[in-house]
Design a protein. Structure first.
Length: 70
C-alpha cells in the first residue's frame, strides 16, 4: 500500500472494488497526572503510533478510558 495516500483517488482495490474511505482505527489513550500543568489529569497517547496509522491510510480515533474518573 502506498504510504502517501492523502492525494490518491482511492486507498487500494480489494476484490476489484476501490476502497474510498479510510478505515477508522480506535486507539485507547492512557491517563497521567500532569507535572507541568498544575497536576491536572491528562489523556496521553504515543504520537509515533498514531502517525504511523495515518501514514498507512487509517484514520486514528482517540478513545479516552475511564472518563468519569478524569
Amino acid at each position: 500500500m502506498n504510504r502517501d495516500l492523502r492525494n490518491q483517488p482511492h486507498l487500494e482495490v480489494i476484490d476489484g472494488v476501490p476502497m474510498t474511505h479510510r478505515p477508522l482505527i480506535g486507539v485507547t489513550m492512557g491517563r497521567e497526572k500532569s507535572q507541568r500543568f498544575f497536576g491536572l489529569n491528562l489523556f496521553i497517547m504515543n504520537q509515533t503510533y498514531v502517525r504511523t496509522l495515518e501514514q498507512l491510510g487509517a484514520l486514528p480515533v482517540m478513545i479516552p478510558l475511564h472518563m468519569t474518573e478524569a
